[in-house]
Structure formats: structure tokens, C-alpha cells
Design a protein around this ligand. Structure first.
Ligand SMILES: [Zn+2]
Length: 231
């Protein structure tokens, strides 16, 4: 495993969401690599601070008992779409959802959002942008219910800056607005802007700033069950 792979897996590893083999590989890498060990230490410190700042609220016992009773007598129609262990225990899964006992809801994309596929598109280069946006459009045409988030990072942020135009002279802001009307969200990496000394005010209002494009992508994958596509 190299540092790039390790970087992608740190968040899911911290969430204990990795398969055994991947978890062992990252542990091995952390033993060998001081730099990744430092990132991981930073990540766990941050998470501990966040967890302290937002202690999950437990439903009061009478409410929990009532939810369990009500769910016990009710079949869950969407159970077959859930992950296996959730299907095996729909009552518990629903209790967790309804009672808000957990902070993280990695299965949210499979339940609350029903059948809508969730895809995060990563744009990290300004090359082939028109072709990439056509790919995105084709995905949307093929699956109209698709929930798509575009995360722009490195040179990929350029089309989301004010005044950017495609090779035919059409403002990208217009193209982005069309996508926004179809529910696509655009997120721009603030680390990239800082590194490239681009003022955040230069970003078109149709796009939203996130602190780190890479962290946003791993969050969407690990926490919200998004499928990752690099354009
Ligand atoms: Zn490393």
C-alpha cells in the first residue's frame, strides 16, 4: 500500500468500516510510514474533539421502548434493499434511525433515500472538461433519479471560477446552472484555492466551498454510501 491509497482509507479505517484485509494493510502501512501515522493521529484527535462536541442524544427509555414495540409488529418492506445485517434486524436498524442513537448513518443512502443512486464525481483536472461534463450528463440521462455531487479539486476547480468559458465560448456558469436544476451539487476544495492563491469570491455562487475536496470525497463514500467516479 502506498501513501495515496493509505490517505484514501484513513477515514473509513478510523470508522472501522474497512474489510479485514484492507484494515491489516493500512495498519502495516501506518507502522512503516511516519507521515501517514501523523495524519492518522491528527484525524483521530479531530474526531475525538468532534465526538465530544456533539455527543449523540439517546432517546429517553420510554420512547425507545415504544419504538421497539411498534416496530416489532411491523414488517419492513425495504428490508431486502438494506445491507445483510440490517435486513436481519430491521427492528434494530429502524430503532437506531428513528431514535437517532448514532451519529453516523452509513446506510442512509440505502434507506432514507430509497432507490436513488448516490455518486460523487471527482474532477481533478481541467483537461477534457467538456467530455467529462458530457459523461456526467449521460449518467443523469441514463438514471434520472441519480443524486450526483461533483467535487472539484486541483486544476479541476477552474471551470467553477467566475468568467470561465468552454471552448465554444459558453460560460461554464450556465452549464453548471443547468446541472443544478437537475439536482447536481458542485463542491470546490478550499485547500486548492488557498494553494493556488485564488480568492474564494472568484468561485461562482452555484458552487459550494468545502474545506478539503479529498476529505469531502472520503466523507461522502464512508459516511453516506456514495459511489466514487473519477472523471
Ligand atoms: Zn504513507
Amino acid at each position: 500500500m502506498n501513501c495515496e491509497e493509505a490517505g484514501r482509507l484513513l477515514h473509513p479505517y478510523a470508522d472501522s468500516e474497512l474489510e479485514l484485509q484492507a484494515a491489516l494493510a493500512i495498519e502495516q502501512h501506518l507502522q512503516d510510514c511516519a507521515r501517514c501515522r501523523a495524519s492518522f493521529a491528527g484525524l483521530t484527535t479531530l474526531r475525538a474533539a468532534l465526538a465530544r462536541a456533539c455527543e449523540p442524544e439517546r432517546a429517553p427509555p420510554p420512547l425507545r421502548a415504544r419504538i421497539v414495540r411498534e416496530l416489532a409488529g411491523r414488517a419492513a418492506p425495504a428490508a431486502d434493499r438494506r445491507r445483510n445485517w440490517l435486513a436481519a434486524a430491521p427492528g434494530i436498524a429502524a430503532l437506531v434511525l428513528v431514535g437517532g442513537l448514532l451519529l453516523a448513518q452509513p446506510w442512509r443512502a440505502h434507506t432514507a433515500a430509497g432507490d436513488r443512486a448516490h455518486v460523487v464525481f471527482h474532477i481533478a483536472t481541467a483537461d477534457n472538461l467538456s467530455a467529462n461534463l458530457r459523461t456526467l450528463k449521460n449518467h443523469l440521462d441514463a438514471s434520472p433519479g441519480l443524486h450526483a455531487v461533483v467535487v472539484a479539486h486541483n486544476a479541476g476547480v477552474e471551470f467553477l471560477l467566475r468568467g470561465a468559458r468552454d471552448e465554444t465560448g459558453r460560460p461554464y456558469a450556465e452549464i453548471v446552472r443547468d446541472f443544478r436544476e437537475r439536482g447536481v451539487e458542485f463542491r470546490v476544495c478550499t485547500n486548492t484555492l488557498t494553494r493556488r492563491q485564488i480568492d474564494t469570491a472568484a468561485v461562482i455562487p452555484e458552487a459550494v466551498l468545502v474545506p478539503s475536496g479529498i476529505a469531502e470525497i472520503s466523507r461522502l463514500q464512508a459516511r453516506e454510501g456514495y459511489v466514487y467516479l473519477r472523471l
